[in-house]
Design a binder for this molecule. Structure first.
Ligand code: HAX
Length: 440
């Protein structure tokens, strides 16, 4: 068994044993009350999942295994001369629960490079799609095509002992993460660069190799990719992409099937697709006003107009967060260093000044502050990656790190198939009228 795999299993099995004892002693302890509005309104705030890789505090933002984003920027290994964290380091942290050394991260970069081969039939599956197919649809279909490679599905079919599930889930996880940048870059170059594909460079780290295959060799862009692929990786377990991957995985669908399902959720405009929507919204505003530098007054009017039209202001609001997203701040810090004078970046910052009080004044939007998606597109545009339809695919490449690390833990824990109880409104009314004594 490889060193990393060994290390992961030893940590996870120890934790699984702790959980057994915890359930034995406290299994009947009530931890939450559920209201009818929570049942009808997106199960907001109901404690119903265990996800070890990260935890979201509504006021502070995300912590990965206890570390905030500024702490990760400082503590995770960087490339020599660089300042941004390597996403391999975050994956190691989420998988093992410990901050990696530089050697650990180098090892992971090499493992991902070694496992990155994508079979030709996956590219053929992409090629079979019309060019106008949205990149997220292409991405999801390509992951599904790659499912033939699942070692878990094969081993399950051959009848393995359930104690061995984690072993194959781990192998699929490593292979899938290694291959995603190649698939994503293929989709990008096919759709936007006349199919002029770029071969991977096995000497580069995971993020720099992705940048290289997309066609960007600028060191600033590589640094952006390292940051981008780190901060989008995980946001605890209840968000649509993480929860979907976990839910589908609970049926023992393999990591390819589970992750593709998660990506279909990420492709929704209220979730990951918001990064595309933010840029479209700004560009529509600029077009309407015939400027690339709208004033704060003009932005305020445009936000009001968006709300009056019954549309959301993309990049603002969150189901859990109640403050500015630290992932937004991390990107703002990056922009201050690398592109403070960029007109689009300036507009993003002006929106940040103008939008919160307007959104707050509606009295119904619970979080008027920007989320991760409010800033990312402006940085990508700055480096010339102007095709916003592709942005959610980049988010997806990163999200694999968190949700697949979690899937490995799920299988060591031996979590059962997920199956919450649903009710009908007729039943709810009967219960409220005391015609039935319980909703169970
Ligand atoms: N603009 C306009 N209205 C908004 C809004 C926004 N940015 N954010 C929330 N609202 C509205 C909701 O649509 C809801 O309206 P109704 O009562 O008429 O249905 C009301 O305010 C209350 O919503 P909430 O409780 O504050 O927010 P939710 O938990 O229901 O939804 C969302 C959270 C992120 C989906 C929401 O804030 C939103 O639609 N934001 C814009 C889209 C976006 O940026 N999504 C990305 C979120 C982060 C993420 O997952 N990234 O991948």
């Amino acid at each position: 068994m490889g060193q990393l795999k060994d290390h992961f299993y030893n940590n996870a099995i120890k934790s699984a044993e702790d959980i057994k004892a915890l359930i034995k002693e406290h299994g009947e302890t009530v931890i939450d009350n559920v209201t009818l509005s929570q049942v009808y309104q997106g199960m907001r705030g109901i404690v119903g999942l265990v996800t070890e890789t990260s935890l979201l505090d509504s006021n502070e933002g995300i912590r990965f295994r206890g570390f905030s984003i500024p702490e990760l920027v400082e503590k995770l290994p960087h490339v020599e001369g660089g300042s941004q964290p390597l996403p391999e380091g975050l994956f190691h942290l989420m998988l093992i629960g410990e901050i990696p050394t530089e050697e650990d991260v180098d090892h992971l970069s090499a493992v991902f490079a070694r496992r990155s081969h994508v079979p030709n039939y996956v590219f053929d599956a992409i090629e079979a799609l019309p060019l106008h197919t949205h990149p997220m649809t292409q991405f999801s279909i390509a992951i599904m095509a790659l499912q033939t490679e699942s070692l878990f599905a094969k081993a399950y079919g051959e009848g393995i002992n359930k104690k061995e599930y984690w072993n194959y889930i781990y192998e699929d996880t490593m292979n899938l993460i290694a291959r995603l940048p190649r698939i994503a870059a293929y989709i990008f170059r096919r759709k936007y660069r006349n199919g002029d594909h770029i071969q991977p460079n096995g000497m580069l780290d995971w993020a720099a190799n992705f940048a290289h295959m997309l066609g960007y060799e600028d060191e600033g862009f590589r640094e952006l990719m390292r940051l981008y692929l780190t901060i989008h990786a995980d946001h605890e377990g209840g968000n649509v992409s993480a929860h979907t991957t976990h839910l589908v995985g609970s049926a023992l669908s393999d990591p390819y099937l589970s992750f593709a399902a998660g990506m279909n959720g990420l492709a929704g405009p209220l979730h990951g697709l918001a990064n595309q929507e933010v840029i479209r919204w700004i560009e529509e505003m600029n077009k309407e006003l015939n400027t690339d530098a709208p004033s704060k007054e003009q932005i305020a009017d445009y936000i009001q107009k968006t709300l009056t039209q019954g549309k959301v202001v993309p990049g603002y609001g969150h189901a859990v967060l109640r403050k500015t997203d630290p992932r937004f701040i991390a990107q703002m810090e990056f922009a201050k260093k690398y592109c403070p004078d960029d007109a689009l970046v300036q507009t993003v910052w002006n929106i940040y000044e103008v939008a919160p009080p307007i959104l707050q004044s509606t009295g119904k939007i619970k979080n008027p502050w920007p989320n991760v998606d409010a800033h990312s597109g402006a940085l990508l545009k700055h480096y010339g990656l102007i095709e916003e339809d592709f942005y959610t695919v980049m988010f997806g490449v990163s999200r694999a790190l968190g949700v697949l690390a979690s899937l490995c833990w799920d299988r060591v824990y031996g979590f059962p198939i997920e199956r919450p109880k649903s009710v009908t409104t007729a039943q709810v009314k009967q219960w409220l009228n005391k015609e039935i004594s319980s909703l169970e």
